[in-house]
Every structure is written in C-alpha cells, then in structure tokens.
Design a protein around this ligand. Sequence first.
Ligand SMILES: Cc1cc2nc3c(=O)[nH]c(=O)nc-3n(C[C@H](O)[C@H](O)[C@H](O)COP(=O)(O)OP(=O)(O)OC[C@H]3O[C@@H](n4cnc5c(N)ncnc54)[C@H](O)[C@@H]3O)c2cc1C
Length: 356
Amino acid sequence: MKWIQLFLQVYFVKCCISSNFNSRTPISYGFTLDNSIDHYTHLMENISSKHESYNSDYYSHTLSESPEIKTTNPGDEYDFIIIGSGPAGCVLANRLSENPNWKILLIEAGDKETFFHDIPVMSAFFQSTASNWGDFTEPEPGVCKGMNNQRCAFPRGKVLGGTSTINYMIYNRGNRRDFDKWAAEGNYGWSYNEVLPYFMKSERSRLGKFQDQKYHNKSGNLNVEYVNYQTPMVHAFVKGSQQLGYQKIDYNGRTQMGTSYVQANTVRGVRHNAASAFLTPIMNRRSNLSIYLNTLVTKVLIDPQSKVAYGVEYNQGGATKYAYVTREVILSAGTFNIQLTTVTYAFGCWASQSLT
Ligand SMILES: Cc1cc2nc3c(=O)[nH]c(=O)nc-3n(C[C@H](O)[C@H](O)[C@H](O)COP(=O)(O)OP(=O)(O)OC[C@H]3O[C@@H](n4cnc5c(N)ncnc54)[C@H](O)[C@@H]3O)c2cc1C
C-alpha cells in the first residue's frame, strides 16, 4: 500500500513541477527540467519495484521509513539531553546511545521527514515549507541588493535531520590547510590528521576506482557516492578540465587540485540525511533513546551557583514542560539557534559541560 502511495506521490510531484514550469527553457547540452524529473521518477519507481530484493540493512538506510518516535513522560531524567537533530545531534544520539546504561533524549523543533525530502531535485522547494525556519537577514548597506527590502533568505532545516534534510547533499570535507590553521590558532584537536579518523568513522563510501583508499571507509553510517544523475553538461565540464591538464582526482583524498564529479550523501540517488544515516538504523533497536518531535526547547536550565546545566524547559503542543539531566545538555541546535537558546533566554553563556 505504501508503495502505491509512493508512486502516486512521485507522479504528483512530477505533475506539480511540470505545471509550474510550463515555459521551461532547455538548458544547453540537452538538459531540461523534464530530464531531471523523469530521472527521479524512474529512480523512485526502480527503488519501489526492487525494494523486496534489497537486503534489509541496505534498505533501512535508503528511504526515510518513518522511524518509530518514542516519547516518555515529561519531567523524566536523562543522562544526556541533545537539543536539535541536525547532523551534529543525530551523530551524538547514535554514538551516546551505544552505551545501554545511558538514557538519551533528543529534542527536535521540526517534524519527521517525508518521501519528498528523499528526492534531491526537491531541495530548493523545501525552503518555502515548514521544514525551513524561514528566516531572512536584516537589511545592510551594499548586500542582498537584488532582494525584496534587501533581505536575503537564510534557510536552515527545521525537521528531523536538520539542514541535512533540505541541503544540497554535497560531500566535501574541506581543505587540510584550513583544519591545520584552526589547530595552530589554539583549537586543539582540530588538525586535519586529528579529524580525519572521525570523517572516516562516519563514512560508507561507494566511490569506485577514484577512491583514495587511505582517506575513506566503507563501513560507516553515512553513504557517499558520485551524484547519480549526470548531465551531458557536467561530462563536458570534466572533460574540458582534463583537456586543460587537470587530473581526475578524489577531492576528499590526498589533494584537492584536479577535476571530479561531485561526491554526495545519497544512496543510489536518494537523499541520505543525518536521520536516515544515524537514527533510522538504531531506532527500533535501542530502547535508551527517546525522541521528541515538534518540540521547541525554550531554556537551558542552569544552576545559578554551580553554573552547571541541569535540564531544559521546552514547549510541546502549547504546554511548557521540563526534562532533567544527570550528565550533560548538548546544544546542537544549528549555528544560529544555539545562540537563540542561550542568549535570547538570557543565560548568556554556554551551558556548562555541553558541546562535548
Ligand atoms: C541551503 C543549504 C544548502 C547546504 N548544502 C550543503 C551541502 O551540499 N553539503 C554540506 O556539507 N553542507 C551543506 N549545507 C550546510 C549543512 O547542511 C550544515 O552545515 C549542517 O546541517 C549543520 O548541522 P548542525 O547539526 O550543526 O545544524 P542543523 O542541521 O541546522 O540542525 C539543527 C537542528 O536543531 C533544531 N533546533 C534548533 N533550535 C531548536 C530548539 N530551540 N529546540 C529544538 N530543536 C531546535 C533545528 O530544527 C534543526 O533540526 C547547506 C546548508 C544550507 C542552508
């Protein structure tokens, strides 16, 4: 039944997008929006028709299959409370709940993902939905000049998986020299050689012959593969770069100087967000992890004497509730909401013992 529903949804998206782009103009090299929609329609059809034959481990990582969200009584006590289910929150929920003696609560302001979030070409669309916080920058002289009231859109995910559920899925670790510079400036533990094992621990790479073996792992949670759908334009671009003398390289490997197709967090072309990678596989296996959705943390509770965080205040269904911790409150609410949770609510300092 679910699969029939999926077919209908995919065709619905196809119809909606097509009707919104009646005057679509072919992009050079024969790529049209139709090509892309057809590609993803076929992809989803393919997945639905083959899903019975996939082994359950692979399949459990593929589609956001509505993980069962557990709730417990308000006011409960946990070892760790994690605020925000973006990549940071999902990884921490996964790693911390490995210890069966620890009780973890993950709180997310947004809702669960849908099938639509799995379709890469839909990414930009989600910026105009409830999956985005919907913020705009303040007007500033000289910036965002082409925008209404000089305010640029400032998208950030408000959904299980955080911004990884609405982003563009590009897997680029960054340049070794940047990490080394940050470490040299006093950020101990952030040199490239120190962070590389963590990149590798998380990664399940499927990069074929261009994979630089020393820099990749095949058995982590987060899938990395070359973008599944490649236009004639991108082939021409890569070929052109090679004609200019650039070698084909793995840009998450030894060097970034060269040419490559884009590496992406997808599984055979389907979005692999942080929730599908790090929560779905453990969801029904670890009873020590609870998740609250549609729940906004409004305060980190900090003991005024010891300055130690001992819990959170949150709003769920219009009611103010509390949850308490014995160990740590972890702020993983995204670049800006971390400040909102701490500064707006007048605590003005990091929750003690947080951000491990
Ligand atoms: C349009 C766009 C495209 C991008 N494309 C790429 C890309 O291709 N590749 C790439 O590597 N990166 C990309 N990024 C960046 C990447 O998505 C982020 O760096 C990453 O998601 C940050 O992870 P995070 O866990 O720190 O925060 P987020 O992913 O922002 O997660 C924070 C979570 O906390 C929740 N939250 C916030 N406040 C509260 C609260 N008070 N109570 C409860 N929950 C709360 C939010 O709803 C959200 O789910 C993109 C970002 C954007 C905006």
